[in-house]
Write a protein that binds this ligand. Structure first.
Ligand code: NCD
Length: 303
């Protein structure tokens, strides 16, 4: 039995297979619509979510399976003091696979150790968000036709943004990737990540101004300032509108640059950019369903 805790749990070869399957699901959805009949997915979400939870639910439903779960800790027995280890033992009696989001780093991992069913980490605190990374990689591969040889700019909250941490970890396995980290001083990417890049001799730059690097980017990955992980409101208010991607900045970019964003967006991308053909964040959300369908099939060993 396999779980998914980090994007690195799959080799790059296994990821290719997963993405091929996701692209096939995109082209031939009918072929897959009954494959999970009789199977149940549990979504255990101890933290708010729209996209991740609903895309998991949509994925399982489109495969013919059923979904049970909770969408906030207050409505689960966690509010009575139950541990995730106990909860997953119970969920293992009710479902065949579980997607878990938790504000504490490592909680889905703890659950997986006691689980009798595959557990998918659907985001653990500021740590990892592997299914968002699978979504990001599938989007890049589908729209750019490759996962190597590009310069990616990651912009915004690089300190608390778990999607950023997971994506960097996953991209270092592909050749000739160059990172440009664009953030205010207070929201720089954690040292453990830059140490890892230095050790692997992967080129990266850290800058504050987005305008200066726009012309060099093949992909721009925008992120929201993670309000819920700040210790004080004042810092959040000071930093929340630090970056706003607008048409003036887009005019500086390459003609085929992709703009990605895990969403939800707050102010960091102005709505006028949505009309730009390089804005790929809504397509990205659609790829999130295909890749989660492929992941459920793979972990349930139905393909
Ligand atoms: C991300 C998350 O939860 O980390 N959202 C998502 O799953 N698409 C990004 C975010 O909340 O900013």
């Amino acid at each position: 039995m396999r779980h998914l805790m980090s994007p690195l749990d799959f080799s790059t070869k296994e990821l290719e297979k997963l993405f091929d399957l996701a692209n096939d699901i995109e082209k031939n959805p009918k072929k897959y619509e009954h494959i999970c009949e009789g199977r149940i997915l549990a979504t255990c979400f101890y933290e708010p979510s729209t996209r991740t939870r609903l895309s998991f639910e949509s994925a399982m439903t489109r495969l013919g399976g059923k979904v049970i779960g909770f969408s906030d800790a207050a409505s689960s027995s966690a509010s009575k003091g139950e541990s995730v280890s106990d909860t997953i033992r119970i969920i293992s009696c009710y479902a065949d696979i579980c997607a878990m989001r938790h504000p504490k780093e490592g909680a889905p991992m703890v659950a997986s150790e006691k689980s009798r069913i595959p557990v998918i980490n659907a985001g653990d605190g500021g740590h990892q968000h592997p299914t968002q990374t699978l979504t990001d990689l599938l989007t890049i591969r589908s729209l750019k036709g490759k996962l190597d040889n590009f310069t990616i700019g990651l912009c915004g909250d690089l300190k608390f943004g778990r999607t950023v941490h997971s994506l960097i970890n996953a991209l270092v396995r592909y050749s000739n990737i160059r990172f440009i980290f664009i953030s205010p001083e207070e929201l720089k990417v954690p040292d453990y990540i830059t140490d890892m890049l230095t050790e692997k001799q992967i080129p990266y730059e850290e800058v504050i101004r987005l305008e200066d690097v726009m012309p060099h980017l093949d992909i721009l990955y925008m992120t929201r300032v993670q309000k819920e992980r700040f210790f004080n409101e004042e810092d959040y208010v000071r930093l929340k509108d630090f970056y706003i991607l607008d048409t003036t900045k887009m005019a500086l970019a390459k003609k085929d640059m992709l703009v990605l964003h895990p969403l939800p967006r707050v102010n960091e991308i102005s709505v006028e950019v949505d009309e730009d053909p390089r804005a790929a964040y809504f397509k990205q959300a659609q790829y999130g369903v295909y890749v989660r369908m492929a992941l459920i099939l793979t972990l349930l060993e139905l393909v």
